[in-house]
Design a protein around this ligand. Structure first.
Ligand code: NAP
Length: 280
């Protein structure tokens, strides 16, 4: 598959990474993180609680810092909490800078006060963080912040069941071109599980890895996100090495064809009609 699909140049960071980013907190072991890095993964979601990831990054980062992007998620209600979170991350990882410091779940578990923005600017000036981002579920607010804010990166819920970022956020990206990281690609695994009585036309694409959909494979979920030209990186949270390898291999199939994409969207709509979440 051409690098135009599998890799991306991240704005604000001047780094090129594989578009599948790894979140190692769902079961990967330290050796799996080394394995992922050897297979080309360069984007890592990390917090100090990702204890099996930490020893791997501590080994990898001093050797090849320029090839890797570390994005942290912090809970912060004050500038002091931001600074302490960043400085702890630097200590624990044994590195000089964090690529993207993300305010976790903006509006719920973190705030964007004037004091916090001031500290974020200072941390950038000090070279301790390169970019500032957030994970945010309030999509209209994300759209406004994408147009005008100190934020350089947005970690957004985006999947075939919840494609609302296409209306609420993506049209606002041209103004400042922030980094977009999609997560919940599998919609909390709902897209991976069979749903009884859900009628679909035949799958229009090839199905060389087991039975054709439905349900979706994890690979199709990640490829759906990456088919959007607005998404730089999609996060995968594999439970184990076989899942990691399967998800990396899925990138080789490239973007969804228009027929496959239409089918996946239709499937997501039907799943949503059947399985509602309180925060949809
Ligand atoms: N989801 C959220 O609301 C949320 C909120 C804040 C932060 N985050 C963070 O975002 C990161 C990514 O989470 P995510 O929800 O976006 O991850 P995800 O990749 O959408 O889902 C991970 C789950 O999908 C299943 N899966 C992955 N690959 C598979 C494969 N090849 N075959 C079968 N099943 C497969 C596994 O389920 P099984 O374990 O059942 O096998 C795995 O635990 C994590 O660090 C998470 O903590 C998530």
């Amino acid at each position: 598959m051409s690098e135009a699909f599998t890799h991306t140049d991240l704005p604000h960071l001047a780094k090129r990474v594989l578009r599948l980013g790894v979140a190692g907190n769902y079961g990967l072991k330290t050796a799996d993180i080394h394995h992922a890095a050897e297979r080309g993964v360069g984007y890592w979601l990390w917090t100090p609680r990702f204890t099996s990831v930490t020893p791997a990054l501590r080994g990898i980062l001093p050797r090849e810092r320029e090839r890797h992007v570390v994005a942290t998620l912090g809970m912060a209600y004050t500038g002091g909490m931001v600074r302490r979170g960043v400085e702890k991350a630097l200590r624990v990882l044994g590195t000089d800078y964090i690529d993207i410091y993300q305010l976790g779940w903006l509006g719920r578990t973190s705030l964007l006060t004037a004091g916090i923005q001031d500290v974020l600017r200072k941390l950038k000036d000090e070279g301790k963080i390169k970019a500032v981002g957030t994970s945010i579920h309030d999509r209209p607010r994300a759209g406004r912040l994408a147009r005008d804010s100190v934020l350089d990166a947005f970690m957004l819920r985006y999947n075939a069941k919840h494609p609302g970022a296409e209306q609420d956020v993506f049209p606002h990206l041209d103004v400042r071109r922030p980094v977009v990281i999609a997560y919940t690609a599998t919609s909390w695994r709902q897209l991976l599980r069979p749903i009884s009585g859900l009628e679909m036309p035949p799958w229009p694409g090839p199905s060389d890895n087991g039975p054709p959909p439905p349900p979706l494979t994890a690979g199709l979920c990640y490829r759906f996100c990456l088919t959007s030209p607005h998404v730089h990186v999609v996060l995968t949270g594999p439970r184990n090495r076989p899942q990691l390898d399967e998800n990396l291999a899925a990138l080789d199939a490239g973007p969804l064809s228009p027929d496959e994409e239409a089918w996946v969207r239709d499937y997501g709509r039907k799943v949503k009609a059947r399985k509602r979440l309180p925060y949809v």
